[in-house]
Design a protein around this ligand. Sequence first.
Ligand code: HEC
Length: 192
Amino acid sequence: MREGLLRRMPACAALAVLVSLTTLASCSSVTPGARNAEASHDVGTPISAQDLAVWNIDVAPDGRGLPPGSGDVAGGAHIFAAKCAACHGAQGQGGLGDQLIGGQGTLTSAKPKRTVGSYWPYATTLFDYIRRAMPYNAPESLSADEVYAVSAFLLNQNGIVPANTRLDAASLPRVVMPNRDGFVPDPRPGRL
Ligand code: HEC
């Protein structure tokens, strides 16, 4: 047992090194210089407001946390073709990555297609998700303007906003998603 534990340790250590290298690599591809990889964030070391700000990027359903900037459908079409279509398909039909467009009206069918357009309750989540996680191979590499634009494009292609839409921190939270009221609280004790 003990021997087995010891034998597994080097692999764990190697994984830890790999993980931290990956983290560092992705940090350096963020908004240039935004994350201070040199700063010590050890337990007991207070983090500066500046260092915290670059990690504190969550956007609430009501839009709290959305950054300044804006982007429109036309701009988003270019970004999508250049940085998203390789995985999500030219029409957002899916490929290596999920289907992002279509699926409306299928949720109650035998084969529900849960996409951004058919399933997601808040448009603001789209901004949050794309900004922190996409493109899959370069997360956090898009500017706020680019994330607004590609969100506008995806919402337009899903028939949710018109083609002349420009989104920003004020207008994105006002977009009403088709499945907004499709979620119900779980009545079981201890659940939300
Ligand atoms: C290298 C491939 C790749 C690229 C490029 C890429 N994605 Fe993705 N995307 C994925 C994968 C894989 C997932 C599923 C991730 C998961 O479930 O953890 C995903 C998931 C998503 C989702 C969530 C879909 C859902 O219904 O859960 C959205 C939205 C999204 N991508 C948008 C984008 C946008 C916008 C771009 C371009 C800026 C982009 N992606 C570029 C691979 C990619």
